[in-house]
Design a protein around this ligand. Structure first.
Ligand code: AVJ
Length: 401
């Protein structure tokens, strides 16, 4: 069927998935005529497209992001392509692990950043932590989110671009996607395999959604491609992972997020709250020992990926709440006096000497308000569970002036 020129504006639909059999010039802008419904439920009709994100052969989703004039027309038929995740890869990887482990072991106190927990096994262990009876955070946050959804829908509206920081196998974002119906989703994560698996699952399950994956270490800056300043951007940072950063670093990260979402953009963030020490200690010292495995997995990862004589079994998990700093601390403690070679460097450990592997800061609602404000974010709404264990906070970026 030859392309026909058609009137624009005859359909209110603003996005559409098209079949993989379609070939178009990457610069194409125009009107698409849908002649067949795909399995995703697109209807036959006329769809104006202002910006074409077709990249090379296999991107098949078009998304109206700017109000450029259109030209041309095309015929679109066939089903949506499920493997249509668009990947941006900054290649955070083993080079960073080597460098940061060597620097961290040489420092005093010794430390290795918690972002390195999440290789494939570490991510799977973390999923198991989330199911533990002592680990209240995941199910509590899920419950709060569920409860907050109607209000969130009203406050955020439809058609936003949703950027999830630390996107995992998360069920949480699905709640949001279904309720908010954003135009585009960007999953950001340091672990590429995990990121691709989760974003591909989203692309498969939500054919109406434009799905992007950005493999970056966002603790080092949020340099991900994002376009169109007119789109309302909502960052989603669940799980209280912000607690991994000290207050100053957290402000730094939130400032990057504020820049990403722009003026009046939002951040929906999960923040774990201060609470009786017993509850916290139990959550990081579970009876089944999964948290210990998770912590020790860092050493298994180092033993597997770097050139070293490290024996993970010579270390043990140690976690406690530090009330003065307002944080859980996790450490790996050497059971014996030993010398440890990593690459071409040697490190001496006395028995009982440790490596600090994680902080998990806990806040009051007021403390977090103050912290967010330093990054230009205002608490627009805060939801808690009945026991005030956890909070979900909607922050809005309001430029000061
Ligand atoms: C993913 C950082 C939120 O601090 O509770 C769980 C990681 N460490 N058990 C947390 C973790 C040990 C978790 N965060």
């Amino acid at each position: 069927m030859p392309p026909r020129r058609l009137e624009f504006g005859s359909l209110s639909m603003s996005r559409v998935s098209v079949g993989s059999g379609l070939t178009l010039n990457p610069g194409f802008e125009g009107v698409f005529v849908l002649t067949a419904a795909g399995p995703c439920g697109t209807v036959p009709g006329i769809v104006p497209v202002y910006e074409n994100h077709l990249d090379a052969a296999n991107s098949t989703t078009f998304f109206r992001t700017s109000r450029k004039p259109f030209r041309g027309a095309a015929v679109v038929t066939g089903p949506a392509d499920p493997s249509r995740v668009r990947l941006f890869d900054a290649h955070p990887g083993t080079a960073d692990l080597r460098q940061e482990v060597l620097a961290g072991l040489a420092a005093r106190p010794r430390s290795i950043p918690p972002k390195f927990f999440y290789d494939e096994r570490g991510s799977a262990l973390f999923d198991r932590i989330c199911e533990l009876p002592e680990y209240y955070q995941t199910r509590t946050e899920m419950g709060i989110l569920q409860h907050a959804l109607p209000e969130l829908g009203q406050l955020l509206g439809a058609e936003c671009m949703l950027v999830e920081l630390g996107s995992g196998a998360s069920k949480k974002v699905r709640l949001l996607l279904e309720r908010l119906r954003p135009s585009a989703y960007v999953g950001v994560d340091i672990s590429k395999e995990f990121l691709l698996t989760s974003t591909q699952a989203l692309a498969r399950d939500y054919p109406w959604l434009e799905v992007h994956a950005a493999c970056v270490d966002f603790s080092a800056g949020l340099a991900i491609p994002h376009r169109d300043h007119a789109v309302h951007k909502v960052a989603f940072y669940p799980g209280s992972s912000i607690g991994n950063f000290g207050p100053d670093e957290a402000v730094h990260l939130l400032t990057d997020v504020a820049e990403l979402v722009g003026d009046d953009g939002h951040l929906l963030i999960g923040v774990d709250l201060k609470k009786p020490v017993g509850i916290l200690d139990a959550a990081y010292n579970d009876a089944a020992g999964v948290t210990a495995e998770f912590n020790l997995n860092l050493l298994h990862r180092i033993a597997g990926e770097l050139d070293t004589d490290l024996d993970p079994d010579t270390f043990e998990h140690y976690a406690f709440y530090n009330p003065l700093a307002g944080r859980i601390e996790m450490h790996l403690i050497s059971r014996l006096r030993q010398s440890l070679r990593v690459e071409d460097q040697t490190f001496l450990f006395g028995a009982g000497e440790g490596i600090h592997t994680e902080n998990s800061y806990k806040y009051t609602v007021a403390e977090f308000a103050e912290l967010a404000l330093r990054a230009g974010f205002y608490q627009q709404q805060v939801w808690l569970d009945d026991e005030a264990l956890f909070s979900v906070q909607l922050l809005q970026h309001r430029p000061r002036g």
